[in-house]
Design a binder for this molecule. Structure first.
Ligand code: FES
Ligand code: FES
Length: 169
């Protein structure tokens, strides 16, 4: 067992954990923040995506003890039922989900992805590394490719993200 302390959605938490505990299990089982989902538990589906110090990561692939002092944002920290985050509202508006299991990961991923685009960080499909990055359809699909949706709501997810990207552009 070891102690670790990190910030989750603006609140500091101190936990005593088995060193083998993943960040995903620490969030779900110890802090009871069950919005972050466990899909594959192997880094392949993106359901467990959270934002750590501004970057999106698969929380099933990282140990909680590696995040001493980090700032973590989960879906619970992005909006409330009465005050949805713009991406949450857009997902509702565009019907960007069916079962909803992948949705928290999709939204956390999209929040960090839009920040990456804004910062001009290129992706594997960026043609011109000297020009400002534009969120084309190909860019969006490449950048969100780590988030799998078994219900196949991709076209509506893409519409929701594009709308928010257009709004904030
Ligand atoms: Fe982490 Fe699937 S549960 S990537
Ligand atoms: Fe069901 Fe994406 S909405 S897995």
């Amino acid at each position: 067992m070891t102690r670790v302390s990190f910030d989750v959605n603006g609140e500091t938490h101190q936990l005593e954990l088995d060193t083998r505990t993943t960040l995903l299990d620490a969030l779900r089982e110890h802090l009871h923040l069950t919005g972050t989902k466990k899909g594959c538990d192997h880094g392949q589906c993106g359901a467990c995506t959270v934002i750590v110090d501004g970057r999106r990561i698969n929380s099933c692939l990282t140990l909680a003890v590696m995040h001493q002092g980090d700032e973590i944002t989960t879906i619970e920290g992005l909006g409330t039922p009465d005050g949805l985050h713009p991406l949450q509202a857009a997902f509702v508006e565009h019907d960007g989900y069916q079962c909803g299991y992948c949705t928290p990961g999709q939204i956390c991923s999209a929040v960090a992805m839009l920040a990456e685009v804004k910062a001009g960080i290129p992706s594997h499909v960026t043609d011109d590394l000297n020009a400002p990055v534009r969120l084309t359809n190909a860019e969006l699909r490449e950048r969100m490719s780590g988030n799998i949706c078994r219900c196949g709501a991709y076209s509506n997810i893409a519409e929701a993200i594009s709308e928010v990207a257009g709004r904030s552009a």
